[in-house]
Ligand binder design. Structure first.
Ligand code: NAI
Length: 333
């Protein structure tokens, strides 16, 4: 079967890690036809817009995309292209599995939880204004429609994947209406899944509990800002941003991308760890039903890390992006 997939190399280390990922995926699934498009700071310089319509059209057409990170200027300049893409394509679920990889030494063993982040609303709606000079208001948008589709997806995913414990992560003690609506909707949906244990937890308590003992969490679901923060915390628990993958999923298409950003400090040096994006590629293969190919790549990554001879600088090694990619390809069955 032939698949079309949009490839967005992105900014900074994006072209390096996407090239590495495409090399590995082509080795296990040669029937993917990649359609390369440009977005982000690079596209802005060349084309005058960071998100050409052709990018959105390409993802809509192919229904799957692999994406490198995109740089967002801080405090000024164009708005986040990541947020714009998620909104334009209604990719309302961000799904990020956080698990230990043997060979990557971390403080805690047996970490294995999944972060679900609502991807279209909350403070990331990006609605800010200055009603009077010196006063800024940022709106935290919270709609029943968005919570409902997001929470339903998370419960269905748990049902399908045999996950049986959910924590609803919130700050409804302070944001009584917006997170209150999340809890109300989620508790109602939870009644359809009596075999899944549902708890709720304040986001500040979650942070402390995760640092002390992350093994107590199975699936954590929350709004946009908290999900962004918990994703990086999760990465820190299992070896850093170089290893944690992610998917942005909607009803019609999905974009697979790592949790990390464009890492300007190491861009262009061949030092980036491609494993986070590669594992996002594994999620993409699973998504399109190429389970054997996905398992093949997953196993190759785990074997290389377990042996520990070839690893990039973020994991304490000296290998380049190309060397670890070669090692993973050599390990494929
Ligand atoms: P970052 O994730 O780019 O980098 C944080 C630190 O982690 C840096 O020291 C970097 O070298 C390291 N790192 C990240 N990925 C790595 C990898 N694969 N291998 C080895 N080391 C890695 O976060 P930062 O610096 O906050 O953001 C840089 C830019 O990326 C910003 O413009 C930000 O807006 C953007 N960004 C984009 C994302 C996306 O496209 N999904 C997500 C997060 C940030």
């Amino acid at each position: 079967m032939e698949y079309g997939a949009t490839l967005i190399p992105g900014d900074g280390i994006g072209p390096e890690v996407t090239e590495a990922t495409v090399r590995v995926l082509e080795a296990v699934c040669p029937s993917i036809r990649w359609e390369r498009v440009e977005a982000g700071a690079g596209a802005f310089e060349k084309l005058g817009t960071p998100l050409p319509q052709s990018v959105i059209d390409s993802v809509k057409r192919n229904r799957i995309a692999l994406k490198g990170p995109l740089t967002t200027p801080v405090g000024k300049g164009f708005s986040s292209v990541n947020v714009a893409l998620r909104k334009a394509l209604e990719l309302y679920v961000s799904l990020r599995p956080v698990d230990n990889l043997s060979g990557v030494k971390t403080r805690h063993d047996n970490v294995d939880f999944v972060v679900f982040r609502e991807n279209t609303e909350g403070l990331y709606a990006g609605i800010e204004h200055e009603p009077v000079p010196g006063v800024i208001e940022s709106l935290r948008v919270s709609t029943e429609k968005a919570w409902r589709r997001f929470v339903r997806y998370a419960y269905e995913w748990c049902r399908y994947n045999g996950r049986r414990r959910i924590h609803l992560v919130h700050k409804a003690s302070i944001m009584k209406l917006s997170d209150g609506l999340f809890l109300e909707v989620a508790r109602e949906i939870a009644t359809d899944y009596p075999y899944i244990e549902t708890n709720d937890i304040l986001v500040d308590k979650l942070f402390m509990d995760m640092v002390l003992d992350p093994t107590q969490f199975d699936v954590v679901i929350m709004g946009n800002l908290f999900g962004d923060l918990v994703s990086d915390l999760g990465a820190g628990l299992v070896g850093g941003l170089g290893v944690v993958p992610g998917a942005n999923i909607g009803d019609n298409c999905a974009i697979f991308e790592a949790v990390h950003g464009s890492a300007p400090d190491i861009a262009g040096k061949g030092l980036a760890n491609p494993i986070a994006l590669l594992r996002s590629g594994v999620m993409m293969l699973e998504h399109i039903g190429e389970r054997a190919a996905a398992a093949n790549v997953d196993q190759a990554i785990r074997s290389v890390l377990e042996r520990g001879e070839v690893r990039t600088g973020d994991l304490g090694g000296r290998a380049t992006t190309r060397q670890i990619t070669d090692a993973i390809i050599a390990e494929l069955s």
